[in-house]
Design a protein around this ligand. Sequence first.
Ligand code: HEM
Ligand SMILES: *[C@@H]1O[C@H](CO)[C@@H](O)[C@H](O)[C@H]1NC(C)=O
Ligand SMILES: CC(=O)N[C@H]1CO[C@H](CO)[C@@H](O)[C@@H]1O
Length: 310
Amino acid sequence: MLIAMEVMAVRGGFNPFGVDGLRMDYYMMNCPFADQIVKNTVNRALQDDPTLAAALVRMHFHDCFIEGCDGSILIDSTKDNTAEKDSPGNLSLRGYEVIDDAKDQIEEQCPGVVSCADIVAMAARDAVFWAGGPFYEIPKGRKDGRRSKIEDTINLPFPTFNTTELINAFGQRGFTAQEMVALSGAHTLGVARCSSFKGRLSGSDPLLESEFAKTLSKTCSAGDNAQQAFDATPNTFDNFYFNALIRKNGLLFSDQTLYSTPRTRAIVNGYAMNQAMFFLDFQSAMVKMGRLNIKEGSNGEVRANCRKIN
Ligand code: HEM
Ligand SMILES: *[C@@H]1O[C@H](CO)[C@@H](O)[C@H](O)[C@H]1NC(C)=O
Ligand SMILES: CC(=O)N[C@H]1CO[C@H](CO)[C@@H](O)[C@@H]1O
């Protein structure tokens, strides 16, 4: 059986063990209820506050894009180290207490086994599904990293990026333009604060349509922290985001730019027309994102407390 699977893997067929050491059944023997605990915890939290679905999905993205999916986003700053989470531009990340809650319950059942990075990845998966998006199974076995530095957050894409810059930023991490557009579709959930898009209102943004500019100005009249939803259904995972781009109602420049170049415009049109296709591409891109620079073996650890390096 094992040999047969290895042969398949060599031939490039479906490999249940993954190309790295990640496996679907990684916790089957030593923490069989890990997935269930995360799912129940996320569902309970989202029942109380549906806006946390967006937060949990974004948390996984920021975790993976900085230093790989290694839970570095969860680390609290100490007197000697300012962590990723304390960078001004990224402060609107939320939902840390949901991860802590799941981790506490898991530690009670199987101490020292399940990494915080895996919990973040599972929580994002469960948040997408809870919000009406696709269910996708994810391989597990990520180890937690020991580095979390504010300066690393410079590696996140900026909301001012044009399509070329977005394709480059995601291309550097092995994503195609199509996968980048699919992942941007995560903006079907959640909100941005005025500070993230007010630069568009200075009159220099050729992609900003005048009616939509009025909407954004009105939002920003309430200050930098005033929130604007990415689409009409910010707590529902659907393809409305892509329809908004077609109507020139993309919230960030980095959203609307996807409709401005022929190559990505075709992808946006496709997802706006066919939600099932968006879901399919999104789930495989999320699984791929969840494999970015993962740490294994002695390159990482299983943190006892997600906020602190052991
Ligand atoms: C393509 C490049 C991307 C850029 C430039 C970008 C930028 C941003 C910005 C500026 C915000 C608003 C932050 C705020 O004002 O508080 C935001 C929110 C969000 N981002 Fe992205 N993002 C990108 C890709 C992604 C990806 C790949 C995901 C997940 C797979 C994601 C998930 C989210 C979610 C769910 C929110 C809403 C958060 C909430 O409501 O709490 N983003 N993004
Ligand atoms: C995108 O931005 C880069 C860097 O600022 C610039 O060189 C390039 O011309 C821009 N591309 C388009 C299509 O606007
Ligand atoms: C996307 C974003 O706003 N990133 C910012 C996170 O915080 C760092 C540190 O302030 C900034 O350099 C990034 O631009």
